[in-house]
Design a protein around this ligand. Sequence first.
Ligand SMILES: Nc1ncnc2c1ncn2[C@@H]1O[C@H](COP(=O)(O)OP(=O)(O)O)[C@@H](O)[C@H]1O
Ligand SMILES: [Mg+2]
Length: 254
Amino acid sequence: MAKESKTPVILSLSSGKGGVGKTSLTVNLACALAQKGSQVLVVDGDMALANVDVLLRFTAHKTIRDVLERGEDPMKAVIFVEPNLGVLPASSGVPEMVDLGPAEHVLLGNILSSIVGHFDYVLLDTAAGIGSSVLWLNTFATHNGVVVTSDPTSITDAYALIKILSREYGRKRFFLILNSVATPQEGQQTFDAIARVAEQFLGIQPQYLGCVPRDNVVLKAVQEQLPFVKGAPRSKAAEAVVELAERIRRFKRE
Ligand SMILES: Nc1ncnc2c1ncn2[C@@H]1O[C@H](COP(=O)(O)OP(=O)(O)O)[C@@H](O)[C@H]1O
Ligand SMILES: [Mg+2]
C-alpha cells in the first residue's frame, strides 16, 4: 500500500429508508473505483447490522467496535478483499452500536482520520434512519450521497434526511443516486421532483449523480455474494455503476 498521505474523497451513502440499495451500491461502486486502480476503503457504517461482509463474502475478525472499545489498530481491522480494496467491518446484532454518543463519535472521527490518508476514495455505507451515527457519518464525509428509489416513501425519507442535514448540520451539497429505476427518464423525473422541493423549501440544489436500473443481477449478486460489477460486468446495473464511479472520480478534480 502507498505510504503517502492522500486527501481522499469521502462519500457517504444514506437514504433515510432501508432496503433501497445503499450497501449494494457502496460495494459495487467501491469495486468499480478499485478496478480503475484507485485505493479504496469501504467503512461499514451500519455499525449494528453490518452487511458489507455479506455482500463481499468475507469474515470480519475485528470490527469498528473492537477498535472503539479496545483501542485496536484500525488498519489491522481492515480486510483487503483485493490489494487496493479494503473494508473496515462492523459488527452485527450489537444494539449499543446503533447510535454512538458524542464522545464515541469524536473517537471514531480520530480513528477514521488516522487511516483515510491511505486511500483515494472512502465510501461510508450507512444504516437506515436518521439516527445520530447516520448523521455523524454524513458530517464526516466530504460528499453526501443520497440513495433514493421512485417509491414515495423513499422520496419522503430522503427529503427528511436532506432537510435535517441541511438545516441542522449545515450540509448544502447532496448527490442523488436514483436506484431501481425502470427507465432513465423515471430517474431524472424523480430527481427533478426532489430537487424542486429542496430548492423551494430548503434553498439548496441537489446534484444528480445518476441512476441504476432495476436489474435481477443485483439480487443475484447478493445471493451469490459476488458484486455484480465483477460477476456480471456487462449488465445494465454494472454499466450504470461504472458511470457513477466515473462521476465520483471527477470529485477529485473539483
Ligand atoms: N437496482 C436494483 N435492482 C434490483 N434489486 C435491487 C437493486 N438495488 C437493490 N436491490 C435489492 O434490494 C435489496 C436491498 O439492498 P441493500 O443494498 O441491502 O439496501 P440497503 O443497504 O439500502 O438496506 C438487495 O438485496 C437487492 O435484492
Ligand atoms: Mg445496507
